[in-house]
Write a protein that binds this ligand. Structure first.
Ligand code: NAD
Length: 361
């Protein structure tokens, strides 16, 4: 029976990479019944919203979605559609496997780290007070009185909530992931030495949860120290569990270790739904140029196949992607020795090469 899946092309280079992923997924032989839905800047003018209700309803109905990246303006403008989607569907776990494939342009060759990022709390919760707004002035006055600490009047404020409930479920998710995928160690990442009541709570809850999994090693690292350690000795890390903001930053750091954003896939998972998407953004400067690397979205599709129970197709797809990367011929500009290499192929041609390889593996 065909899998009913919501497909959100996204904006910027999103439509190009998601179309490549759709073609490759179909070429695995697995049957899909795509429910194509819109979100992002491209629908704003038509529907007056960046996240139409119908798109949310479709994901709730189908339980599984794959999406291209969506642009978020920096500073002002609307809030991130991606964050809104994760919040609305309570997709609390962002899973980003970072693995080096032979042939990628990276200084490292043995990276195999899985990032488990909390997706609903922390500075991403969207509780913000704009500089100078009347409620901000009231808030500053109230908190200054309550804490006895001075906050400058010309401050903008973002709140960082981290709860026992949110931490427990993400750390459990990380350990369950480790158990099911035969992983040996979970490292909790935090800045508990400075933020004692938010990151400190994250760490103490993580330590409690770890006791329920005696077969899996547990350790913790302060986030700044982790940055230098992951760069110096990535092979020492296995599964990382992090609050939202550190998870976002360390995801891109680890993407850098494995050959760049063009090859880093991801999944946002909740108890009822899952949305698969690359780690990278909409790379708007390449829009419509058939230049963006489709690998991250295609590998997100591979994660989706595993989620749907299509293990054999997922393994074949991963092998086909790995073979095309290892050959290094039909790959996009970012996988070539120099950025202006004339032998680089376009987004859709790299997808074609993976489709052709699927017949051989
Ligand atoms: P980005 O990931 O879009 O691009 C950063 C750089 O990485 C690009 O300039 C490009 O050199 C490279 N890159 C990214 N994807 C690539 C690909 N597939 N192939 C080859 N090179 C690639 O990050 P940004 O420029 O910071 O963000 C652009 C927009 O995307 C912003 O509006 C941001 O908010 C949004 N964004 C969306 C998501 C999402 O949809 N989940 C995630 C991150 C950023």
């Amino acid at each position: 029976m065909a899998h009913k899946v919501t497909l959100i092309p996204g904006d910027g280079t999103g439509p190009e990479v998601s179309e490549s992923a759709r073609r490759v997924l179909e070429a695995t032989g697995v049957q899909f019944d795509w429910d194509i839905q819109q979100a992002g800047t491209d629908v704003m003018e038509k529907l007056g919203t960046v996240l139409p209700e119908e798109t949310l309803k479709s994901i709730k109905r189908n339980k599984v979605a794959i999406k291209g990246p969506i642009t978020t303006p920096v500073g002002g403008g609307f809030r991130s559609v991606n964050v809104a989607l994760r919040m609305a569907l309570d997709l609390y776990a962002c899973v980003r496997p970072c693995k080096t494939y032979k042939g990628v342009r990276s200084r490292y060759d043995k990276v195999d780290i899985v990032i488990v990022r909390e997706n609903t709390e922390d500075l991403y919760a969207g509780i913000e007070f704009e500089k100078g707004a009347p409620e901000t002035k009231r808030f500053i006055k109230y908190v200054s009185k309550l804490s006895g600490q001075k906050i400058r009047e010309d401050s903008g404020i973002s709140i960082k909530p981290i709860s026992v409930t949110g931490t427990k479920r993400i750390v459990k998710f990380a350990f369950e992931y480790a158990r099911k995928n035969d992983r040996k160690k979970v490292t909790a990442v935090h800045k508990a030495n400075i933020m004692k009541f938010s990151d400190g709570l994250f760490l103490s809850v993580a330590r409690e949860v770890a006791k329920e999994y005696p077969g899996i090693l547990f350790e913790d690292r302060i986030v700044d120290n982790l940055c230098q350690q992951v760069v110096a000795r990535p092979e020492e890390y296995d599964v990382l569990v992090l609050p939202n903001l550190y998870g976002d930053i360390i995801s891109d750091l680890c993407a850098g270790l494995i050959g760049g954003l063009g090859v880093a896939p991801g999944a946002n998972i909740g108890d009822g739904c899952a949305v698969f998407e690359p780690t990278h953004g909409s790379a708007p400067k390449y829009t419509g140029m058939n230049r963006a690397n489709p690998t991250a979205t295609i590998l997100s599709g591979m994660l989706m196949l595993r989620y749907l129970g299509e293990k054999e197709a997922a393994n074949r797809l991963e092998k086909a992607v790995a073979a095309v990367i290892a050959e290094g011929k039909h790959v996009t500009y970012d996988m070539k020795p120099t950025r202006d290499d004339p032998t680089a192929v376009g987004t859709s041609q790299m997808a074609d090469a993976i489709i052709a390889k699927l017949k051989e593996v």
